[in-house]
Design a protein around this ligand. Structure first.
Ligand SMILES: Cc1ncc(COP(=O)(O)O)c(C=O)c1O
Length: 403
């Protein structure tokens, strides 16, 4: 057992009670009343127009891209600094991935984005890395500008209604974050959340697709389509068919099978109820402690918790960088601290370093900022239930390497 594990999912009395309620009182295991309740809780929390719960971020992003009619021949722009799923969701539906570099805050560089857009660009996936939102206003401004709009050639009715490439936010890390005062979930056309075990809110595996579409759309109709598409394109779910005599259904689309089970939803429901009241403030407190203690060394490049413009992180990851540290020096610190039972991590190995993406022709030298950030990055333990004394232990050890 690690002395200070890197990450731990929250399984407390409230989670156990909610799962028990699901098992004992509802009679449902697949998508049913708990999924319905989680969708309602997420709607109230984010303020999005509509939300569909799914079984992962990856499947939610594929669902959103399919809904927008993205496929072979289309291009999807992603940052080079992210987890592989940001790009895999596009590859999995036959689209081509275009990568761009990031800014010093780890988010997609809007200038690079502008240069990467072609008439084949159908979607952009900015990533809120570590919980810090990408610059959505600048990205939207670029996409709504005339040169991009006039070069966009819609291939489906949905694309025609939007009239430009889709902004699909990778908010796998950022539930609870705010971009210029706006909650994660309403900053892009479509925002996909992840509820994977290590995330701020978890359902074991899971995700949610949040819609915030322009007035040319009827969000309720798009919700119904996505819900149906998430369940084999079936006109009625098992939950909806559970009325005696109402057995007939149709398959109206070649959909996916990516719906969230009720047992998973129960876990997330117990957490979202106390997210703002307890779980998020606890994360903020740990984040501030790291900032305060590591600030003792001017070699520590610290992530922001908030700025003066209403942008606030969800404090998902503490992405520390050590100025002047080499990649091998960084790796040695991680190995050294592992010997003392302290779990550290690196977020992320850039996509162009991975075999799959190298084989697709991506080259690390084309993304110098990504490489620069990655080389001396270390991610610190940060989760609900992490004792403040553990933060002190981690900081003391880290500070020794910078003396
Ligand atoms: C930035 C980012 N995007 C996407 C994903 C994929 O999420 P999921 O595992 O729910 O498919 C992750 C998961 O770790 C992630 O960190």
């Amino acid at each position: 057992m690690n002395k200070i594990p890197f990450s731990q999912p929250l399984i407390d009395e409230d989670v156990i009670a909610e799962v028990l309620d699901s098992l004992v009182n509802t009679g449902w295991l697949t998508s049913g009343p708990k999924v319905q309740a989680l969708e309602a809780a997420l709607l109230a929390y984010t303020g999005a127009q509509a939300i569909v719960c799914v079984n992962s971020w990856t499947s939610g992003a594929m669902l959103a891209l399919k809904w927008f009619g993205v496929g072979p021949g289309d291009e999807v722009i992603v940052p080079a600094y992210t987890y592989a799923a940001t790009a895999l969701c596009a590859l999995n539906i036959g689209a081509r991935v275009v990568m761009v570099d990031v800014l010093g805050d780890f988010t997609l560089d809007p200038e690079q984005l502008e240069r990467a857009i072609t008439p084949r660009t159908k979607a952009i996936i900015p990533v809120d890395l570590g919980g810090w939102p990408a610059d959505y206003d600048r990205i939207r401004h670029i996409l709504e500008d005339d040169p991009v709009r006039s070069r966009f050639s819609p291939a489906t009715l949905v694309q025609e209604k939007l009239g430009r490439p889709l902004i699909l936010a990778d908010a796998a890390h950022s539930i609870g974050a705010r971009y210029r005062g706006r909650k994660s979930g309403v900053c892009a056309d479509v925002t996909v959340l992840s509820f994977h075990s290590v995330k701020n809110i978890t359902t074991g595996e899971g995700g949610a697709v949040c819609l915030q579409l322009p007035p040319s759309f009827d969000p309720e109709a798009e919700y119904r389509f996505m819900k149906l598409y998430s369940l084999n394109g079936q006109s009625k779910s098992t939950y909806e068919k559970n009325i005696p005599g109402d057995w007939r259904y149709d398959i109206v689309e070649q959909g996916l099978k990516v719906n969230m089970p009720d047992l998973s939803a129960a876990v997330g429901l117990a957490q979202i109820r106390k997210y703002d009241r307890q779980l998020l403030p606890e994360r903020f407190e740990l984040f501030r402690q790291y900032q305060e203690q590591l600030g003792a060394s001017d070699r520590m490049v610290l992530p922001l918790l908030q700025n003066g413009e209403g942008t606030v992180s969800s404090a998902h990851l503490f992405l520390l960088r050590i100025d002047g540290m080499t990649e091998s020096g960084r790796d040695a610190i991680i190995a050294d601290m592992a010997c003392e039972g302290i779990g550290l991590n690196v977020h992320y190995i850039p996509l162009p370093m991975m075999t799959l993406f190298r084989n697709l022709g991506f080259r690390m030298e084309d993304y110098p900022n990504t490489l620069r950030l990655y080389m001396n990055e270390i991610t610190l333990p940060l989760y609900n239930g992490l004792p403040p004394e553990s933060v002190c232990v981690v900081c003391d050890k880290l500070l020794q390497y910078t003396r």
